[in-house]
Every structure is written in structure tokens, then in C-alpha cells.
Design a protein around this ligand. Structure first.
Ligand code: UFG
Length: 354
């Protein structure tokens, strides 16, 4: 199939692009490189450098006018990017599906700067949906989040759990889920809302080696401490009602997320039904368990201080993905804590030598 991946140079998007290419699909990336990295772009994909908020560019792409593949598919990405103004002659080739990863994801920041999240996450995605409708592109795979659920009312969280986000980031994802439900009814959109739990890990084949800049998530921070580029870390609270007092999260490997995306896209195309799915393992680890396992895998001490709780952190987030198994035949294969840490350490370990 012919796929547009918006944000295909980012942490999750770059893993999905590799998976799509491995499965034999034809991929075009649209990325503005605000956080994405050129080194993580799969050379098999076509690359359009530009912003999804440039609606003229987006309309041209979705209308089949302006993808670099119009040159016959020979102008593969050479790592330098292709400026929007340089794109080749028009092509009648339309995308079968659109994947969207170009969003902001820091829940804490979204509470301080909601306007930024409204523009980047909500307005830009609603514009995208309108342009998809205008250009007759039906299938949409959307990165949603566990953050749409808010404070768990029961565990493990299933897809029927009420969605009451407790941060603005989660609300931006829920707003798009709700719009997709309407567009499905009213305009025949077919969508997959994939609710990730804690995305982590790096490509197990070692093809994606560019590190996220200024990471805020637990595992990259643990790795920076192990590598010695960060002297110590903070554990945000050890007085939660969990087995060791620190928060429990359900960590899901990005390679597992990637296979789920490809299966979801294939389902939309063949079954003509929408999907709303948790992507998780059903197993949770505490912050201290992550640190202790990382000390073993990296064979390095990970100095840490216990500090106060971070605002907005639920004690435990663990989900069932049985619906993903039933509908798209998906379950996690690379999400053991060891594989999550080993594949991430593979990217960070070089820093420990310098
Ligand atoms: N943590 C620390 N120290 C740190 C960083 C994190 O103790 O330096 C703790 C947090 O308090 C939390 C756990 O590690 O208990 C995981 O924190 P992350 O920041 O890695 O992840 P979150 O669970 O807060 O949120 C992540 C994504 C969200 C997504 C959510 C879904 O960042 O975008 O998972 O579960 F919505």
C-alpha cells in the first residue's frame, strides 16, 4: 500500500517507517525535523521536508500532487531531505492510508502551555482530517494515548474504561478520538485509535540509533545516568500504594508498537471497521525495578535520589490488550523489561566510552 507517515523521523514514527518498509509498503514521510532526526529516517522511504501545518503543502501531498515518488520512486531519501519547493512533477498516485506521529507529548508541559498543545495536537490534526476527507483518503492510523483514560477506576485498563484525562495532553488526544468517531459516521473515515501505554526501547535490529533530545521519560533518563552523561536521577515518590512504593507502568517496546500499526492499517483496509485499541503488555514494573534491572544490564551504578511525587502521576497504569489480540492478532513480543533496556542501552552505551 501507499502510505503517508507524518512525523516519520521522530522516535516512534521512525520505527513504524522501518516496519512498513519491511512489510513491502511504499512510504512517504512528511517531517519538519523539529524533534525528528535525519539519521533515523529509513533510506527506503521518500522524504518531504515540511510542516503539516502548511496546509497548501499538505493538500498537495494528499491530493497526489507533490510527493517525491512522482519522479518514479527513484528519488529515495539520501539523508539530506527534500525541500517542499523542490518536489517533482504531479502524480495521480493517492495515499491509501495516513499515519500521524507529529505531536507534542509532554503531559506536564501541556498543563502550562495548553495553547501550544491545542495548535500542535488538536488544530493540526483536525485540519488533516478535513484535507483527508477533501482528497478522498479514508484510512487513518492515529497515535492516541493511555493519557486519554486519566486516573484508573480499575485495573487492568480495558478499552471500555471511562476516558477522563487529567492533563491537557490527554484531552488533545481524546478530542481527536471524538472527532474521528463523528467523521467515521458522517464521512466514512476509517480510523484506528491506538492508545499507547509507556512507549520505550529502540529497534532490536539496531537500525535506529539517534537519541531523543532532552528526554523526559524514565528509561532514557536511566540510560543517561548509566552512560555517565547525567550524574544522577530522581525517583518521583516512594510512598505510592505499590509493592516498593514507586509508580508502576506498562512499558511497551516501539517495535511492538510498529507491528500493531501495520496490522491495524491492514485491518482498516480489509475489514472496513474502525479500531480503538490499547497497546500494552498487561505487566507493570516499578520505577525501582526498572533502575535495578538497568544496573544489571548496563553493569553500571545508577545513582538516584528519592524526591517528592510528580504532579499528575497515577500510582499504577497497566492495561489489557486482549482486544488487539482478537481484532488484529497482535500481542507484544519484544517488551520484556530486559529487551526494553538492552535495546535502549545499545543506543546509549557509546556515550559511556567518551
Ligand atoms: N520517573 C521518575 N524519574 C524520572 C522520570 C520518570 O521517577 O526522571 C517516573 C515517573 O514519575 C513515572 C514513571 O517514571 O512514575 C514513568 O514516567 P514517564 O515520564 O516515563 O512516563 P509517564 O507514565 O508519565 O507518561 C508516558 C508518556 C505519556 C503517555 C503515558 C501513557 O510520556 O505521553 O506514558 O502511560 F501518555
Amino acid at each position: 500500500m501507499n502510505i503517508l507517515v507524518i512525523g516519520g523521523a521522530g522516535y516512534i514514527g521512525s520505527h513504524i517507517v522501518y516496519e512498513l518498509n519491511d512489510a513491502g509498503h511504499k512510504v512517504t514521510i512528511l517531517d519538519n525535523f523539529s524533534t525528528g532526526l535525519r539519521e533515523n529516517v529509513d533510506a527506503r522511504a521518500m522524504l518531504v521536508e515540511g510542516d503539516m501545518q502548511d496546509l497548501v503543502l499538505l493538500d498537495r501531498l494528499l491530493g497526489g500532487n507533490g510527493a517525491t515518488r512522482s519522479t518514479g520512486g527513484t528519488k529515495a531519501n539520501d539523508g539530506t531531505g527534500v525541500a517542499a519547493g523542490d518536489i517533482g512533477p504531479a502524480s495521480a498516485e493517492r495515499f491509501d492510508s495516513v499515519f500521524h506521529f507529529a505531536a507534542l507529548k509532554a503531559a506536564g508541559e501541556s498543563m502550562e502551555k495548553p495553547e501550544k498543545y491545542t495548535s500542535a495536537n488538536t488544530i493540526s490534526t483536525l485540519n488533516l482530517l478535513n484535507l483527508m476527507v477533501k482528497n478522498g483518503i479514508r484510512n487513518f492510523v492515529f497515535s492516541s494515548s493511555a493519557a486519554t483514560y486519566g486516573e484508573p477506576e480499575y485495573l487492568p485498563i480495558d478499552e471500555k474504561h471511562p476516558q477522563n484525562p487529567i492533563n491537557y495532553y490527554g484531552y488533545t488526544k481524546l478530542a481527536i478520538e471524538q472527532a474521528m468517531r463523528w467523521y467515521s459516521q458522517l464521512k466514512g473515515l476509517r480510523y484506528a485509535a491506538l492508545r499507547y501505554f509507556n512507549a520505550a526501547g529502540y529497534d532490536v535490529q539496531g537500525r535506529i540509533m539517534g537519541k531523543e533530545q532532552n528526554p523526559a521519560n524514565l528509561l532514557p533518563i536511566v540510560m543517561e545516568v548509566a552512560a555517565g552523561t547525567r550524574p544522577k536521577m530522581q525517583v518521583f515518590g516512594d510512598d505510592y500504594p505499590t509493592r516498593d512504593g514507586t509508580c508502576i507502568r506498562d512499558y511497551i517496546h516501539v517495535n511492538d508498537l510498529a507491528t500493531a500499526h501495520v496490522k491495524a492499517m491492514e485491518y482498516l483496509a480489509s475489514e472496513d471497521r474502525d479500531l480503538e485499541l490499547n497497546l500494552a503488555t498487561g505487566e507493570g514494573y516499578t520505577v525501582l525495578e526498572v533502575i535495578q534491572e538497568a544496573e544489571k544490564v548496563c553493569d553500571k551504578p545508577i545513582p538516584h535520589d528519592i524526591t517528592g511525587r510528580r504532579a499528575g502521576d497515577p500510582a499504577e497504569l497497566v492495561a489489557t490488550s486482549s482486544q488487539a489480540l482478537e481484532t488484529i492478532g497482535w500481542k507484544a513480543h519484544h517488551s520484556s523489561l530486559r529487551t526494553l533496556i538492552e535495546s535502549t542501552w545499545n543506543v546509549y552505551r557509546d556515550d559511556s566510552a567518551s
